[in-house]
Design a binder for this molecule. Structure first.
Ligand code: MN
Length: 472
């Protein structure tokens, strides 16, 4: 299903919940770890027992600050609030969250394409438990009964609310991929979507192209993979366009993405924020991390993916987008050091892109890599030989010169190569005639013959230029 993008513009804003990689929960000492037998990672606070009081997890706050700073947010004094709701899997029946004063505000995230997506806020809150509906195919409507596991209840979450700057499914996937890379880079989360460490809610609306107003949006829940995210956005945008084109109105709703039928389904009409009856959490004081702590955290941040892409693009003199894959695969440091050691940037990047997919590749010696590139650009190795030597370098850690000589990749003496070429021209007069008349296909015949005579050691490009030089 696709829409007429000449006429319609899709507007997407994503809310991502990330479970923070702390040892214990947000407001108590029960363990924060995935899995385990049901209801074993619990304590009185997790169960909302009377008299249990929340105590803020310092590590969770630090991780929230790390993410906030990595997203260029302002980290500010904040407060906690109770968000009241009927939560079967959060027994105190309210979630402690941040409402009007979140810890992080006004940041941004740069996609590998260079496009910048605004971040409205990134606030702390606690996770709910997990309900399993038994019978009726796992849907709550037809279930015989439900069972509840409170292990996840109270796990620290950072809810990262993006601005509606995303315009299509591909950008949405790129945004989540980038956000995940940042969360992992700063050590805030393991980023595992398949384990629910990263969960995406997706606000989709459509509007006539050229309009500045936002259309009525629907929020899609339960999107738990990048693939689903893209499919859900495409489906939902098309559904809304169909409604509008049929003269109907889009109603603001929370919808559920069903992976099996590839559709979104109504879950509930969207509540207003008032429905949650937010009020300040009376058991927790204001959270003011103070400038000193914030600066200490800032100083400890690693170089972030976007900075790494810019750094490599500048050093190699290439387009920003070309660096995305290399940074994602962790090969940028190697490329930088190799270029720094004098290697041709273009050949370095090309090898890294195509011939260094092995996980161990990040560990090769940049000086050896630079030497290999120089051997190739200097004509001592053909492109194919260089690729073979590189694979050996990853395997054995040997230097390129020893590998090349062990494999018999000696540079062809140019006079030797010339005499082979001349000999072939002499013994194949008909083919040579065709070559001279401009038959391009016959080039392959001569190159093939030279390769045979040199057991693959000749450089095809050099052979071709030798042939051309003799055409007269
Ligand atoms: Mn939330």
């Amino acid at each position: 299903m696709s829409i007429d993008t000449e006429r319609w513009e899709v507007v997407v804003g994503l809310e991502v919940h990330a479970e923070l990689a702390t040892r214990t929960k947000m407001f108590c000492g029960a363990p924060n770890s995935f899995g385990g037998d049901p209801n074993t990672h619990i304590d009185p606070l997790t169960l909302g027992l009377p008299g249990s009081m929340p105590v803020l997890n310092e590590h969770a706050v630090e991780l929230a600050i790390r993410v906030g700073l990595a997203l260029g947010c302002t980290v500010q004094p904040s407060t906690f609030a109770r968000k009241n709701y009927f939560y079967p899997d959060l027994p105190k029946d309210y979630q402690i969250s941040q409402y009007d004063r979140p810890i992080n505000v006004d940041g941004s995230l740069e996609l590998p394409s260079g496009k910048v997506i605004g971040i409205e806020r990134a606030h702390l809150e606690e996770d709910t438990g997990k309900s399993t509906h038994v019978g009726g195919g796992g849907r709550i409507h037809d279930a015989g009964h439900s069972i509840i596991d409170y292990n996840r209840a109270g796990v620290p979450l950072l809810e990262i609310v993006g601005r509606p700057d995303i315009r299509n499914a591909e950008e949405a996937r790129s945004y989540v991929t980038e956000l995940r890379a940042i969360l992992v880079a700063v050590g805030a989360s393991d980023g595992k979507m398949e384990e629910g460490s990263l969960r995406v809610d997706c606000n989709v609306s459509v509007r006539p192209r050229g309009s500045d107003e936002l259309g009525t949006r629907c929020e899609i829940k339960n999107v738990n993979s990048l693939r689903s995210l893209g499919r859900a956005i495409d489906y939902e945008a098309a559904r809304q366009v169909d409604l509008i084109e049929a003269g109907e109105a889009v109603r603001q709703q929370t919808r559920h993405w069903n992976e099996d039928d590839g559709r979104t389904h109504t879950l509930r009409s969207k509540e207003e924020a008032d429905d949650y009856r937010y009020f300040p959490e009376p058991d927790l004081v204001e959270l003011d991390p103070g400038q000193e702590w914030i600066e200490r955290v800032r100083a400890s941040l690693p170089v972030l993916p976007a900075q790494r892409r810019h750094r490599l693009a500048t050093a190699a003199g290439v387009e920003l987008e070309r660096t995305a894959l290399l940074v994602e695969r962790g090969l940028d440091e190697l490329c930088l050091a190799t270029i720094d050691a004098g290697a041709d940037p273009e050949r370095t990047l090309t090898h890294a892109e195509h011939n260094l997919s092995d996980e161990r590749a990040t560990g090769i010696d940049p000086r050896g890599f630079a030497q290999l590139v120089s051997m190739e650009t200097g004509g001592q190795l053909t492109a194919t030989q260089a690729k073979t030597v590189l694979a050996e370098m990853v395997d054995s850690g040997e230097d390129p010169e020893s590998i090349a000589s062990r494999l018999g990749f000696e540079a062809m003496d140019s006079t030797e190569l010339e005499s082979i070429v001349d000999g072939l021209i002499e013994s194949n007069p008909d083919e040579w005639q065709r070559f001279c008349e401009g038959d391009q296909k016959i080039t392959g015949f001569f190159v093939g013959q030279v390769m045979k005579a040199t057991r693959g050691q000749a450089d095809g490009k050099v052979v071709t230029s030798l042939l051309n030089s003799r055409r007269g």
